[in-house]
Design a protein around this ligand. Structure first.
Ligand code: ADP
Ligand code: NA
Length: 325
């Protein structure tokens, strides 16, 4: 099983954690899991090399702090495993232009700036993603609904390669992660919490000062009522806070509704602020301790890359042989 996350911010936010990283941690026990900081993907848009290097390290430190265990999972940085890019080139030579043009995420991502100003790398990004998956012969790819089309492309390319050059790749299944909490912006609870959100008060970053995160919870937009009930339509702000509360404590939403019945939003937000502080304080300390010890972090990532290459190098050798190299 393989999953990747882009190092495009200094800190992951609660949406990333509750919607993705937490599942990664849960999946590592029952799977031979490969978790990857996908820095090759991060250069498809404008970026600063210095910031990328820093963010890659910070991302890895946060994955470790979240509970990815380098003994039980293979945690690595994509650019340290060159077979990803090598396979991507081979796959790009069996991908049709029309086929690549149908990827809706490229259209979404370039809707504002226009496709003419986008890079070819952004256009062929789904092919690199296909390589990320196929180079591990992965069976399962835990992805959100928005990535389903890319997994379909991956299957098509694997099938085409096998048909043309002989059976080489296993066909992966998209494991659409249901039951993951979708977290909304604290200031605009109809929009998803995102690093590109306009208001920093709407996002809780995992590496924020715990006090600052508590304040963001206490200032979260709710509504003029006082009933703590889960009603996404009419009370999106309260519903979002209930989702976060439930996800962090493992308590049922109905149980939380009962506990706060008749008590108003003040108590509810204050308690949730405490819950958030209790979560982020040790998380942040752990992540920062990895960042304070660069040699240890480098060693973990180097060992991860080496383990990854034990899988990717034989796959690539087979691919090259099939291609006539
Ligand atoms: P962002 O929207 O901040 O740019 P990404 O698109 O880089 O975040 O998402 C990285 C991972 O985090 C993906 O698996 C995505 O599904 C998950 N994720 C991002 N935002 C949220 C959110 N608000 N709620 C739940 N999951 C999220
Ligand atoms: Na495992």
């Amino acid at each position: 099983m393989l999953s990747g996350i882009q190092p495009t911010a200094d800190s992951f936010h609660f949406g990333n954690y509750l919607g993705a990283l937490r599942q990664w941690v849960a999946l590592q026990d029952d799977h031979d899991a490969f978790y990857c900081v996908v820095d090759l993907h991060a250069i498809t848009v404008e970026y600063e090399p210095k910031a990328l290097r820093e963010r890659t390290r910070r991302s890895a430190a946060q994955l470790l702090a979240a509970g990815i265990d380098p003994e039980r999972s293979t945690l690595f940085v994509q650019s340290q495993v060159p077979e990803h890019a090598q396979l991507a080139w081979a796959l790009s030579c069996i991908t049709g232009m029309g086929e690549a043009s149908r990827m809706t995420q490229f259209k979404d991502k370039t809707a504002k700036g226009g496709a003419d100003r986008a890079t070819v790398g952004l256009f062929t990004y789904p092919i690199l993603q296909a390589a990320d998956i196929l180079i591990y012969q992965a069976d399962r790819v835990p992805v959100g609904e928005d990535q389903r089309q890319h997994v379909e492309l991956t299957r098509d390319l694997a099938q085409r390669f096998n048909h043309r050059f002989g059976k080489t790749f296993r066909l992966p299944e998209a494991h659409i992660v249901k039951a993951t909490a979708k977290i909304f912006d604290l200031q605009d609870p109809t929009a998803k919490m995102s690093k590109s959100s306009s208001s920093p008060a709407g996002i809780i970053d995992l590496l924020d000062e715990p006090k600052a995160s508590a304040k963001k919870i206490r200032s979260a937009v709710t509504d003029s009522g006082r009933d703590v009930v889960f009603d996404v339509e009419n009370k999106p702000g309260v519903a979002n806070l209930l989702t976060i509360y439930s996800a962090l404590t493992g308590r049922k939403i109905s149980e939380l509704e009962d506990e706060y019945a008749g008590r108003g939003y003040g108590d509810f937000k204050k308690d949730l602020a405490d819950v958030v502080v209790e979560f982020v304080t040790p998380f942040r300390e752990k992540a920062l301790s990895y960042l304070d010890d660069p040699a240890q972090l480098d060693a973990i990532l180097a060992a991860g890359a080496e383990r990854a290459r034990a899988v990717t190098a034989p796959t690539l050798a087979k691919v090259y042989d099939r291609l006539g190299f």
